[in-house]
Design a protein around this ligand. Structure first.
Ligand code: PHE
Length: 364
């Protein structure tokens, strides 16, 4: 075997071993097997070899060619394997970890504000009862906030609401920041035919500020309009909601006669709690203390008429409650003001996990 073939074999093996990546490997391949590669050159030179040596040298060159092709291919496979290993190592992930750091509001992680969380929870509960969500604007006409709801111009109930009035529009009437979510009842009845089953969560406004009142707060309204709706439906719906929301299966619920201009009869709803400990539920071995939690009643026939619904055919009930209030009661929060102070310590403490939306099967 000629020395030049041995040299080519040895040098190619060295060059392949030194090729650290596919680009260097390709240079070796081209420099050996390419059009002007070293082996190709030797093959081309065969013609100049004396006839008696040509046969033997030809066979030797072909063996070397097969050998070098195999060595070059083997190096490609090993370099590609190493490149993949390196990528896997640098992009390593631990599939046994939870999808995100579990701590709500943890480092760099967002959390769900307790008000949003309560809205999600009550939407899940009422959603399961067949309600859909309706919305209305914060800036409302005087007519929808009051008059349509049977609170005429000089009615004393208007004074109870500590209303924020805005400058008068072209019609000379002053719009208001809605004082309750009840105008969304009127909007819904004006906008669709019964049967109706909606809840209307949203912001509401009253000029009032202390530990349990904020000028901006949230309410959720409920409205059901159908044929043959009775006080029994109202009671069943509200009792079921309160027990599901607070997660107390035997939560005592009391209905107490009251007055709202837009419902008749009207009822305030109380739940059982322990005045001393603030704990909700059945009193253990004593009388229940009662805590007022929401307003409700059968929709007044005049409200139905104002909204174009024939009260001889359709009846219904409505209710409204404060979202901050039920959130504070559910979680034992003493003060309403931190809800809007954007204090990260408070938010991190009370925020809900964004990846665990409320579900009825797990109990909201
Ligand atoms: N809108 C009433 C309030 O803000 C609550 C309510 C709603 C009462 C619906 C009865 C029916 O106090």
């Amino acid at each position: 075997m000629s020395d030049d073939l041995d040299a080519l074999r040895g040098e190619t093996a060295e060059a392949l071993a030194a090729a650290a990546d596919l680009r260097a490997w390709d240079a070796v391949r081209v420099g050996t097997l390419g059009k002007s590669g070293r082996l190709t050159g030797l093959l081309k030179g065969l013609g100049a070899v004396p006839a008696e040596e040509r046969r033997e040298r030809g066979a030797a060159l072909n063996r070397l060619k097969a050998e070098l092709e195999a060595a070059i291919e083997a190096r490609r496979v090993s370099l590609e394997g190493a490149a993949l290993e390196a990528r896997l190592a640098s992009e390593r992930m631990d599939v046994s970890l939870p999808p995100r750091p579990h701590a709500p509001g943890g480092a760099g992680e967002g959390g769900i504000h307790p008000i949003s969380r309560t809205i999600e929870e009550l939407t899940a509960i009422f959603g399961a009862m067949g309600f859909r969500v309706a919305e209305g604007p914060d800036i409302e006409s005087d007519w929808l906030n009051f008059s349509a709801l049977n609170i005429p111009e000089h009615h004393p109930a208007r004074q109870d609401h500590d209303t924020f009035y805005l400058p008068a529009g072209a019609d000379g009437r002053r719009p208001v920041l809605r004082t309750h979510t009840s105008p969304v009842q009127a909007r819904t009845m004006l906008g669709q035919e019964p049967p109706i089953r909606v809840i209307c969560p949203g912001r509401t406004w009253r000029a009032d500020h202390d530990a349990t009142h904020s000028p901006m707060f949230h309410q959720v309204e409920g409205l059901v309009i159908d044929r043959g709706i009775t006080l029994g439906h109202l009671k069943g719906c509200i009792i079921d909601f309160l027990r599901a929301f607070f997660g107390i299966g035997d939560l005592p619920v009391r209905f107490r006669a009251s007055y709202f201009p837009f419902t008749e009869p009207s009822m305030e709803v109380d739940i059982g709690w322990n005045r001393k400990t603030g704990e909700l539920g059945k009193a253990k071995g004593g009388e229940n203390d009662w805590l007022e939690i929401l307003g409700s009643g059968m929709v007044h026939p005049r409200v139905l008429a104002n909204c174009g619904i024939d009260a001889r055919e359709w009846q219904g009930f409505a209710f409204g409650m404060g979202i901050e209030r039920i959130t504070m009661l559910k979680h034992g929060m003493p003060d309403l003001r931190p809800f809007y102070e954007s204090d990260l310590r408070w938010l991190r403490h009370w925020a809900a996990d964004p990846l665990a939306p409320p579900s009825l099967t797990e109990g909201v």
